[in-house]
Design a protein around this ligand. Structure first.
Ligand SMILES: [Zn+2]
Length: 202
C-alpha cells in the first residue's frame, strides 16, 4: 500500500465486524507496527527493497512479530490504556484480553500482508521458502498487462472500505445508543417498581 492509513479502512471494517473475537485497536494498529519495517529500511538499509529488511512482511515471521506485538499491547500498560481509551473515544464497548490481543496481532499482520502482497512486488510473503512474490505476479497478469491499473484497484478497494467503515460505525453507534437507552429505561422501571413495593410494604 502506498500509505499505511489506506489499510485502516479494510482493517477497521473487518475488525469491527468480528470484534467479538478480534481486538479492534490491536488489529488496526498492526498496520503501523508492521510498516515500521519500511522505516527501518530507510534508516539502516537505504536502497534495499523496503519490504525485505526485517521480514515482518512474511507469513511466518510476520505471525511471530504479530504475536509479540499483540502481547506487548497488553503487557505494556500505557499501550493497553491507549487501546481502552481509544475505544472509549469512539463510544464502543471494550475489554483488553491477552489471548484476543495476540490473536488480533497475528491476524492484523496477515490481513495487512494480504493487501500488500498484491500491491508490492518486493513483498516476500512465503520467505524463507520463496524469494519472489507469486501473488503479485498473479495480480499483474502473465504479461504484466494489469500493472498500470493494479495500484488504482487496490486504492479504490481501500477507499471504498473506508466509506463502508464510516457507515457501519454510524450504524453500530446507533445500536449502542438505543441499547443504552433501553437499559437505562429498564433500570429506571426496576427502581420505580422497587420503590413502589417498599411503599406498599410500609
Ligand atoms: Zn506494509
Amino acid at each position: 500500500m502506498p500509505y499505511t492509513p489506506y489499510h485502516f479502512g479494510p482493517s477497521g471494517l473487518v475488525g469491527l465486524a468480528f470484534r467479538r473475537w478480534i481486538d479492534v485497536p490491536v488489529f488496526v494498529l498492526a498496520n503501523i507496527a508492521i510498516d515500521c519495517e519500511v522505516v527501518i529500511d530507510w534508516i539502516f538499509q537505504p536502497g534495499w527493497p523496503v519490504h525485505q529488511t526485517s521480514h515482518f512482511h512474511t507469513l511466518i515471521f510476520g505471525a511471530v512479530f504479530g504475536a509479540v506485538y499483540g502481547a506487548a499491547m497488553y503487557w505494556i500498560r500505557p499501550l493497553r490504556i491507549f487501546c481502552e481509551s481509544s475505544m472509549g473515544w469512539f463510544g464502543l464497548p471494550y475489554r483488553a484480553i491477552l489471548s484476543k490481543m495476540i490473536f488480533a496481532g497475528i491476524l492484523g499482520v496477515w490481513f495487512h500482508l494480504a493487501i500488500d502482497c498484491i500491491h508490492h512486488e518486493d513483498v516476500q510473503i512465503f520467505w524463507p521458502f520463496r524469494m519472489d512474490n507469486p501473488m503479485w505476479r498473479y495480480a499483474v497478469g502473465p504479461h504484466l498487462e494489469y500493472i498500470a491499473v493494479l495500484r488504482n484497484w487496490v486504492v479504490a478497494g481501500c477507499t471504498t472500505s473506508w466509506a463502508m467503515l464510516a457507515v457501519y460505525y454510524g450504524w453500530l453507534i446507533d445500536i449502542f445508543q438505543v441499547r443504552k437507552q433501553r437499559m437505562q429505561a429498564a433500570r429506571k422501571a426496576r427502581q420505580q417498581a422497587a420503590g413502589e413495593s417498599s411503599l406498599a410494604g410500609n
